[in-house]
Design a protein around this ligand. Structure first.
Ligand code: FES
Length: 89
């Protein structure tokens, strides 16, 4: 699974660093209980402005892309839930 977290200025201001931290914590939780999760690798990439915040007046930050699914106004909890749903056995 590929998780891209936007760390451009808009997304950072609205909490993308804390989402990155929470994904790190989730990694630890997974490694402590490997039997409950499939062994799909969790690839995390921090990307400087994915461009979603340009050309829009709407508040969309923070942006996280999980595989091909884009989450706008992402929260740590929503991101964790999505990841866990995908990798839980
Ligand atoms: S700063 Fe995140 S999409 Fe632009």
């Amino acid at each position: 699974m590929k998780v891209k977290v936007c760390v451009g200025s808009n997304c950072t201001l609205l909490g993308s660093m804390s989402i990155l931290d929470q994904i790190d914590d989730l990694r630890d939780i997974i490694s402590e209980d490997p039997d409950s999760y499939n062994d799909e690798e969790l690839e995390v990439e921090a990307i400087k402005c994915m461009g979603f915040c340009k050309n829009t007046d709407k508040e969309i930050a923070p942006v996280v892309v999980i595989d091909d699914e884009t989450m706008i106004n992402a929260t740590g909890q929503a991101v964790m839930e999505k990841i866990v749903k995908k990798i839980r056995k």
